[in-house]
Design a protein. Structure first.
Length: 92
């Protein structure tokens, strides 16, 4: 039989989603708007189309600026619209 190496106080947590996108707005304090682009095939015709989605992201130190490429991670709800937090700034 195999044993798990975790202690009883540790809790299992699922993997959190991550996305890479571009900061399109930095006008709010500690909040950024990040736009991601996903390429998916059209359901009927099969042509690859781009889908964009905007996320409100928590940036505690205000490190990112408009135009930066960033990695974000899913987190608990921080406000009415914020469910993501900034992991790292990939490029300025």
């Amino acid at each position: 039989m195999s044993e798990t190496t975790e202690t009883p106080t540790e809790e299992k947590r699922g993997l959190r989603k991550t996305r890479v996108g571009i900061v399109v707005s930095d006008k709010m304090s500690k909040t950024r708007v990040v736009e991601t682009v996903t390429r998916v095939p059209h359901p009927k015709f099969g042509k690859i189309v781009k889908q964009t989605k905007r996320y409100h992201v928590h940036d505690e130190e205000n490190t990112s600026q408009t135009g930066d490429k960033v990695r974000i991670m899913e987190t608990r709800p921080l406000s009415k619209t914020k469910r993501w937090r900034l992991m790292e700034v990939i490029a300025h």
